[in-house]
Each structure stands twice: as structure tokens, then as C-alpha cells.
Design a protein around this ligand. Structure first.
Ligand code: ADP
Length: 376
């Protein structure tokens, strides 16, 4: 029997490879120029960021591509993701020792907590949940922003009935749009709906950084980030680069069973972002005519599954025609039916999220790590 022994890749090997990549403008390699601002190597998976002056923007894309190619040539490499970043912060030539050295995540000075709403795959109601959760937080008295980072299919403009482009007062920062007392920014405002969204990794990165940092969010208790669906490299990098206080995972009962939610959980663990809990969407069906409840996808398992995964179960939102109709009409249910049962439910979920991220939240409010269950 033969065992494949992959050569182990460490930071030194990666840096050595990166020393072969030149910055054509400054005629030196990117490591000695201090452009490598973060490096994470784990099980032969490599992530790094390359700092460039903001004015160079995507013109620096060839450097990024060359860096990825150089690392990809290392023997035993499993994956490599290099992103361009234009943050003005002190650079380091290499990350401190340790397997989880990460790209630093500077916060937003006027925003108390940034939370992500994520899902293992598309179509589970992530955006609907993000919008109604944001409105639930608002209804509970918080000041709230919504950043629609679902760059592949931005839905905030439609869900909140917002049209038009954002304006700028100083020529540098964009003013967020406002709807139902939420401050909102979405790639959908900036790009016409019929434009094909062929965003490549670094462009997604810089678009998100811009929407995060070059928007006049003002003072917010919470900024809710509607993440792109899935748990691939692009999502991982986003999760890593946004200074997140925590993440809410949206899942349907089937996805819980099919492990999609677990992928979401694992993604945030990798980047040390606390998972605040799981919202089970479309958990039961309530007949619009007779009010009868039917557990189409099997109800009740989610709480158990969540507990097993060490995740808080934040609540189950029924599959209800009213939620779909109000979403599609740009009149979200929490704002337009504030005394209805759905608004109550989303406000309840919102309060449980807020309890974990509020500035005075005790650390113990965070979920303990999941129990390890040994199956014989
Ligand atoms: P995602 O962001 O995960 O792709 P969306 O929020 O866009 O999902 O939802 C997909 C579709 O499902 C939309 O038409 C939305 O109105 C509908 N939907 C989401 N949640 C519910 C729900 N609880 N009940 C009924 N329809 C829902």
C-alpha cells in the first residue's frame, strides 16, 4: 500500500515563492516592499492579501495573479487565494507565527457591531431574512444599516423598493439610501440590473471594501451585511475582511439535514467569527385560506440539529405567502405589518442577536464551542 505524503507548505515557503513576484512600478519584489499584508497557511491552503495604493486599484491585478501563480507552483499546494487590498495601514512582511495568522480587520469607527447574514446556498431566504432582521432590530429601537454584499445577485433595492443611484456630498463618500428608517447600500444601486455580474475575486473585494468604508454610514448600532450565498473562497475572504461581530446562518430544514448549514458554520469558525445562531426559514407552511399549519419539510429537527452543532436556534420563520408577496413588492413584512405575527417573530430573533453583540454583552453571552459527540 502506498501513502501519499504531501510536502508541507509553511509561511517561509510561501514568502520565498512570493519573492519572485515583482512590482513592475517599483522594480522590487512584493515581499521586500512590504506589500504582503496578511498570510494564512493551513493544511497547504494559502490565503494572502496584497496591499496596493488605492489609486492603483485594479491596475494591480497582474501582481495579484502573479502572486497566486507563484504560490500555486509550490509542491503540495491545495488552494491559494490572493486578494488586493487598498487599506492604508501599516504593512508587515509576514504574519506573526501560528497557523491562524489572519488579515487584520479594522472596524468602522461609528458602527458598534457588524453582523453577517449568510447561507450555505442560494434561495433559502437569506436576503429576506437579512432585511426583516434589520427591520426587526430597527423596530426594537436600534439604529441600523443594511449592506447588500450579495454582489452576484443584489436584492436589497427590490426588497426595500429603493430606486435611483446614491449621491455624494463631498465627492469621496457615498450617502446611503434610506428606506423604512434603515440606511442601505447595495451594489444593485451602482450597477444596472441587466449588467452581467462577472465579478472576479479582487473586484468583489474592493467593491465590498468600498461599500463598507466609503459610505457615510453615520452612527449605527448594527450594520447587517447580506453575504453572497455559499461558502466558497469568495465568501470566506469576505468573512475574513469584514470586521464581523458575528454571523447569523439562514437555512431551510432540508439544508440543515443536507449539511449546508454546517459548511456555513465551519466557514465562520475558520475565520474566528462567532456564529450567533441559526434561523430556520420556511420551517412550516401556513395555509393562507384556513390558517392550517403543515410541516412540509419536517419541523422541529432544526432546533435539535442546531444544538448538536453548538449553534443557538434563533427561531423558525414559516413559509408564508405574505412574506413572499411583501418581499417581492418592496414592502417588507416587519415594516408594513408591524403588529402581525411575523414582525413579532423577526423582532424576537433580532433581540436575541442584539443581546449577543450589544456593546455591554458579557462574553459569556457567546455560545460555547460545540460539544464533541463521539459516535461508536
Ligand atoms: P436568498 O437570499 O437565500 O437567495 P431570498 O431571500 O431572495 O433568498 O428568497 C428567495 C425567494 O423565497 C423570494 O421570492 C422570497 O420572497 C421567498 N421567501 C423567502 N423567505 C420566505 C418565507 N419565509 N415564506 C415565503 N417566501 C419566502
Amino acid at each position: 500500500m502506498t501513502f501519499s505524503t504531501r510536502p508541507r507548505i509553511d509561511e517561509d515557503k510561501v514568502l520565498q515563492a512570493l519573492r519572485t513576484v515583482m512590482d513592475p512600478e517599483r522594480h522590487r519584489d512584493i515581499v521586500s516592499l512590504g506589500m504582503v499584508s496578511g498570510l494564512a497557511v493551513r493544511d497547504n491552503n494559502v490565503q494572502l492579501a496584497i496591499e496596493v495604493a488605492p489609486e492603483r486599484g485594479t491596475a494591480a491585478e497582474p501582481i495579484r495573479a502573479a502572486a497566486e501563480a507563484a504560490v500555486r507552483r509550490l509542491k503540495g499546494i491545495v488552494s491559494v487565494t490572493a486578494v488586493l487590498t487598498a487599506q492604508k495601514k501599516p504593512t508587515v512582511t509576514a504574519a506573526p507565527p501560528g497557523p491562524t495568522a489572519r488579515v487584520p480587520r479594522p472596524g468602522l469607527p461609528t458602527v458598534s457591531a457588524i453582523i453577517a447574514v449568510a447561507s450555505g446556498k442560494g434561495g433559502v431566504g437569506k436576503s429576506t431574512t437579512a432585511v426583516n432582521l434589520a427591520l426587526g432590530l430597527r423596530a426594537n429601537g436600534r439604529t441600523v444599516g443594511l449592506l447588500d454584499a450579495d454582489i452576484y445577485g443584489p436584492s436589497a433595492p427590490k426588497l426595500l423598493g429603493i430606486t435611483g443611484k446614491p449621491t455624494t456630498n463631498d465627492g469621496k463618500t457615498l450617502e446611503p439610501k434610506e428606506a423604512y428608517s434603515l440606511k442601505v447600500m447595495s451594489m444593485g444601486f451602482l450597477v444596472p440590473e441587466d449588467t452581467p455580474m462577472i465579478w472576479r475575486g479582487p473586484m468583489v473585494q474592493s467593491a465590498l471594501q468600498q461599500m463598507l468604508r466609503e459610505v457615510n454610514w453615520g452612527v449605527l448600532d448594527v450594520l447587517v451585511v447580506d453575504m453572497p450565498p455559499g461558502t466558497g473562497d469568495a465568501q470566506l475572504t469576505l468573512a475574513q475582511q469584514v470586521p464581523l461581530a458575528g454571523a447569523v446562518i439562514v437555512s431551510t430544514p432540508q439544508d440543515l439535514a443536507l449539511l449546508d448549514a454546517r459548511k456555513g458554520l465551519n466557514m465562520f469558525r475558520k475565520v474566528d467569527v462567532p456564529v450567533l445562531g441559526i434561523v430556520e426559514n420556511m420551517s412550516t407552511y401556513i395555509c393562507p385560506n384556513c390558517g392550517h399549519r403543515a410541516d412540509i419539510f419536517g419541523h422541529g429537527g432544526a432546533r435539535r440539529e442546531a444544538e448538536q452543532l453548538g449553534m443557538e436556534f434563533l427561531g423558525g420563520v414559516p413559509l408564508d405567502l405574505e412574506i413572499r408577496v411583501t418581499s417581492d413588492a418592496g414592502t417588507p413584512i416587519v415594516a408594513t405589518q408591524p403588529d402581525g405575527p411575523h414582525a413579532k417573530l423577526y423582532r424576537y430573533v433580532a433581540e436575541r442577536v442584539w443581546d449577543q453583540v450589544r456593546p455591554d454583552a458579557p462574553q459569556t453571552a457567546r455560545r460555547p464551542p460545540p460539544r464533541i459527540v463521539v459516535v461508536n
